[in-house]
Ligand binder design. Sequence first.
Ligand SMILES: C[S@@+](CC[C@H](N)C(=O)[O-])C[C@H]1O[C@@H](n2cnc3c(N)ncnc32)[C@H](O)[C@@H]1O
Length: 314
Amino acid sequence: MAEAAQPTAADNGLAQRIRVRIEQIYSTKSVQGEDGTTYNIMPAALPLERGRFLLDVCRKYRPLATLEVGMAWGVSTLHILQALMENGVAQPRHVLMDPFQGSSFHNAALRTLAELGLEDCVEFHAQPSSLVLPRMVGEGRQFDLAFIDGDHRFDAVFVDFFYIDQLLKPGGVAIFDDTSWDGVYLACRFAQTNYGYETIADLAASGGSGSAPGRPLMRACRKPLTPVEREQTHFVPFFEDFVSNRFGKRLTASTLRYQGLIALREGRRAEARRCFREALGVDPLHVKTYFRLIRTYLPAALIRATTGRTGSAG
Ligand SMILES: C[S@@+](CC[C@H](N)C(=O)[O-])C[C@H]1O[C@@H](n2cnc3c(N)ncnc32)[C@H](O)[C@@H]1O
């Protein structure tokens, strides 16, 4: 990460305006869409302490070129831009991608950026990261820091990381949000065990619902300066936690739920019922499973009508 110029009075004024806007967004928990309608930013937006973590990492590691997957209401974007301004980055150009900015978020983040006069500081792509990131790899683009907060399923985060690794300069920083989630946690563990990424900062979980023991809420990792030597024939296991006793129960419940859904889709309703019942025995707090269990009692035609899936046997 190169040296930034000293911030000018104008940059500092802008950083201050962004900070005030962030405070306002958190205090009202709302933003305006492009049509002027007010929208509640929760639960999609980055909560306050996570925004602070992102800001602190960006302040400390002083990136010049930054990238973000998953913009939502623009809260993380504002934190990154605030840090870039405070760090005195001349002509910042923060790259963003989110295919649902218009359809789900009413272009509210883009509106906020325009209101703050920040349009020229961002490069927005209204497409999924799985299309934008490889294109940028092909263009030879390079970044100092990437924030990964898009689709949270394992395959999506893994693909995001796979391309982001190629886009990061040696020593670049990847920040993962929601490392307490299975998919994100696994992708982050892969980065560490197979690509040699080193943890540089963690935001610890406060122990509330959804937080898995031993996993932070957010993790910032640094890419090694020289690539780790890897073998063609095997990878370093990165899923030990999932097969240990600690997560054994979680794994069993999710496997049963998955098997139940397959059975329901294939019309084996009795088998689906058994799987959902057993899953609830292991994890009785998984509310969706109760609804899935109820679905196994519906007539096949009704299952088809409500889900498009069949349920003719069982
Ligand atoms: C948890 S929200 C992001 C919150 C945001 N970073 C913030 O600070 O407020 C997840 C975002 O990822 C976006 N997303 C989902 N799939 C995506 C994909 N394939 N590529 C890029 N963004 C995606 C969603 O539209 C949503 O805006």
